[in-house]
Ligand binder design. Structure first.
Ligand SMILES: *[C@@H]1O[C@H](CO)[C@@H](O)[C@H](O)[C@H]1NC(C)=O
Ligand SMILES: *[C@@H]1O[C@H](CO)[C@@H](O)[C@H](O)[C@H]1NC(C)=O
Ligand SMILES: *[C@@H]1O[C@H](CO)[C@@H](O)[C@H](O)[C@H]1NC(C)=O
Length: 411
């Protein structure tokens, strides 16, 4: 039943985000092995419910150990393979001919088609994202920082008064309303597989459609399409769902399908016998304060962004598991954070992505997780505060800022 539902996720979500070609990631996994069934071998082909034939990449029904057994562990990625021409011996191809032959590796578009994005463009784009933010929630927030801390152990007694509080009950836009619905849908324990049901699939679909309908997400999608990170417009919702919401096995100790980029960044996860990981969202932090599972221990850094938002790095415990240090924005909308992190994940994967927000220079760190099929996911994404943060507002940035607005035009 669980496996059946998992196969349904892409289909239902694709329907909800009005997108039709939902085939790319609905890979059926099976315990069956490809030993003795690889292309050219005697029993080539179907092993139980999955396939070891050459066509399995295309049909998306490869057995879990297909690449390990049949291709010596070669991950079907285009990383470093864009310029080598046709490679018939590999499980998939990264030459321009693969489009016609329909055997491109899953990351062909991102690896081989993209254009370069300069640091300057990233700074202009990210400053524009903050420009479009409505600061009303941030202005309603009472931020009770208290003392600075040096402690990364959680041994100090937590101060049980809250870090964040709304002065008046605020009104939440649809993205917040749909986000709240997801809060009980995930299991933070990474040694347990996520359980999927139709209600959760629908809730994720509504949240994704409301995000993709915002000006910030549309601007980032346009930008990534313009820069050829995304081949065409209709691919973006599918890619967005995969990178943020499809589940994966984060580490060797984790269960299959136990993590997702969304769960890690916008909620939090717990490692076995270890600490809290992820947890980079202020709105979830407030939810967990109300649930009395979050205890603030102190902050390392705090920075205001032009009276519209702030960034903080803190020490806390959650569900009795310590997070030594976590940084996050405060007061920013889900669409702002998704847009910013998505932009940096594509353009500076696994690196520090230079951004400017409210005239302050800082970085976004993203990490990429690649599974055995070469599918890539968000492993982590969060702001990094450096010490020298104030930059002079150069006329160059203002000019670029005007040019970058092109991506924010609708339609
Ligand atoms: C942080 O640590 C340094 C050196 O360990 C110490 O001098 C300083 O007083 C500490 N600051 C706080 C706020 O605890
Ligand atoms: C905890 O926070 C409250 C509210 O800011 C403050 O009055 C109190 O002194 C703090 N206690 C400790 C031990 O830091
Ligand atoms: C996580 O799940 C495993 C397996 O079900 C269990 O043994 C462990 O105690 C759980 N850890 C936490 C922190 O709940």
């Amino acid at each position: 039943m669980a496996a059946f539902l998992r196969c349904l996720i892409p289909l239902v979500l694709a329907y909800l985000v009005s997108f039709t070609a939902a085939k790319e990631n609905s890979i059926l996994l099976d315990e069956s092995s490809c030993a003795g069934r690889c292309p050219g071998e005697k029993d080539e082909g179907i092993a139980g419910e999955c396939s070891c034939a050459k066509t399995c990449m295309k049909n998306l029904d490869c057995c879990e150990d297909y690449f390990k057994i049949c291709h010596g562990g070669v991950i079907p990625t285009c990383k470093g393979m864009c310029l080598v021409g046709r490679t018939p011996d590999r499980p998939c191809d990264c030459s321009p001919e693969c489009i016609e032959a329909d055997d491109c590796c899953p990351d062909y578009n991102e690896q081989c088609l993209m254009e370069t994005v300069s640091d300057q463009e990233l700074k202009e784009m990210t400053e524009s994202l903050l420009f479009w933010e409505d600061a009303s929630l941030w202005k309603e927030l009472d931020i009770n920082l208290r003392e600075q801390t040096n402690d990364t152990t959680c041994d100090a007694k937590p101060n049980l008064s809250n870090l964040l509080r709304f002065k008046n009950p605020p009104r939440f836009s649809p993205t917040y309303q749909n986000l709240i619905l997801l809060y009980n849908d995930f299991n933070p324990n990474i040694t347990e597989e996520e359980k999927v049901d139709i209600k959760k699939i629908n809730e994720q679909g509504f949240f994704q459609s409301s995000l993709l309908d915002t000006r910030s997400m549309k601007a980032v999608a346009n930008f990534l399409i313009h820069k050829k990170f995304i081949s065409k417009e209709i691919v973006f919702p599918r890619k967005f769902q995969t990178m943020w919401f499809d589940t994966y096995k984060r580490s060797s100790k984790a269960a299959p399908y136990s993590s997702s980029g969304f769960e890690h960044v916008f909620l939090g996860e717990i490692e076995p016998k270890k600490e809290t990981i992820g947890f980079h969202n202020w709105f979830y932090l407030m939810n967990e304060q109300n649930e009395r599972t979050f205890n603030y221990h102190g902050h390392f850094n705090y920075l205001e962004l032009n009276k519209k938002a702030s960034v903080i790095s803190i020490n806390f415990d959650w569900k009795d598991h310590c997070k030594t240090r976590s940084s996050m924005f405060i007061g920013t909308s889900p669409e702002f954070e998704f847009a910013l992190y998505t932009l940096c994940w594509f353009t500076r994967p696994g690196q520090l992505c230079p951004v400017v927000l409210g005239g302050k220079a800082m970085s976004i760190q993203t990490y990429v997780h690649t599974n055995q099929y070469g599918t890539q996911f968000v492993a982590a994404a969060y702001p990094v505060l450096s010490d020298s943060t104030a930059i002079p507002t150069s006329s160059k940035l203002i000019l670029g800022f005007a040019l970058i607005m092109i991506y924010f035009r609708q339609g």
